[in-house]
Design a protein around this ligand. Sequence first.
Ligand code: SF4
Length: 82
Amino acid sequence: MFIISFQRKKCIGCNYCIESSPLHFKMSKTDGKSFLLNSIKKKNFYILKTNNYFTYLKCKIASTICPVNIIKLFYINCFIKN
Ligand code: SF4
């Protein structure tokens, strides 16, 4: 499972993530900061859990170009033992 975390509070609204991944990020018209779509807020972070590799790749690209480095990606290998 891929986990994408986004520290929205530190976003400077440069729009790079939206240009690289418009299906996963959207700009807020009210505060000029980006949203990670379908994420859930947990304290100061927005978290998106997914098994979709395309989502992972697009968010990975966004994380590499984000100038304030607030998009982080993690991979958790989940399986059930019988
Ligand atoms: S690239 Fe980073 S700083 Fe720029 S809008 Fe996206 S999250 Fe915010």
